[in-house]
Design a protein around this ligand. Structure first.
Ligand code: AMP
Length: 249
């Protein structure tokens, strides 16, 4: 069974992002980039499926500029067997990525796509759902537990009311949540081994996909800075203060 894991290169989650002075987007000059944290969790889960003998091959896919090769190498250091780079300079939006992944799904025929529930740069939370819809596959989103057996995936999902367990027929798309697993540390020997693993490069044209953006960002602004809080000496003072605030509303 093949598992496909899309991995996105995003601004590292520890970086404090700055909006460009012309308000057209986030300033990416000299900013540390990393694999989307949810995709690390997805990759860890896929590698565990292979280690348990459930999966035979783990394929990492990244769509974007040549810099995404670094993200693919990290994926292979975690344990992916090979990588596919869809090389483009387009500003990729979720629908375009979903179409590219759908074309790769047709080509590679994985039984399961395990991917992040959202990318921490755009917070879209759309690509997995769009991919499942385009490919006509079952989807199980926000997975906090995944079991694969007998042509089905049993997925525990984190929903507002608690945990929901569903069973979907494979092939399927599973998007992962934070509590699914704790990704392993990438070791130096595995980084060295990853350098020898194969990476295929394709373009959107090779896959017959028009990856041009459909949405235009009209403006981007920094959130307003928060005013400093106050300290109150005790609970009585806190209650009095809250009463005063309530009167003002
Ligand atoms: P989003 O819908 O943008 O929040 O992204 C959800 C998931 O789609 C991510 O966690 C990745 O698994 C996948 N994804 C989004 N963009 C890309 C990309 N450029 N390359 C590979 N995977 C991507």
């Amino acid at each position: 069974m093949k598992v496909m894991v899309p991995v996105k290169r995003v601004v590292d989650s520890n970086v404090k992002v700055r909006v460009k002075s012309d308000g057209t987007g986030v300033d990416l000059v000299n900013v540390k980039m990393s694999m989307n944290p949810f995709d690390e969790i997805a990759m860890e889960e896929a590698v565990r499926l292979r280690e348990r003998g459930v999966a035979t091959e783990v394929i990492a896919v990244s769509c974007g500029t040549a810099a995404c090769l670094e993200t693919l190498r990290t994926a292979m250091a975690i344990g992916a067997d090979r990588g596919i780079l869809v090389l483009t300079n387009e500003d990729l939006q979720p629908l375009a990525v979903a179409k590219l992944l759908k074309a790769l799904l047709d080509k590679e025929q994985p039984q399961i796509v395990v991917m992040g529930k959202q990318a921490v740069d755009d917070d879209c939370n759309q690509t997995g759902q769009m991919l499942a819809a385009l490919a006509g596959l079952a989807q199980a989103t926000f997975a906090s537990k995944l079991e694969v057996a007998d042509g089905r995936a049993t997925v525990t999902r984190e929903v507002d009311s608690g945990l929901e367990t569903i069973s979907v027929a494979l092939p399927a798309v599973v998007t992962v949540d934070l509590r699914l697993n704790e990704p392993r540390y990438v070791t130096l020997p595995n980084i060295m081994k990853a350098k020898k693993k194969p990476i295929d490069t394709l373009t959107p044209e090779d896959l017959g996909v028009d990856a041009r953006p459909r949405l235009t960002v009209v403006a981007m602004k920094e959130p307003p800075s928060r005013s400093a809080g106050i300290r109150v000496p005790d609970v009585a003072a806190l209650v009095a203060r809250l009463r005063d605030e309530a009167k003002l509303i």
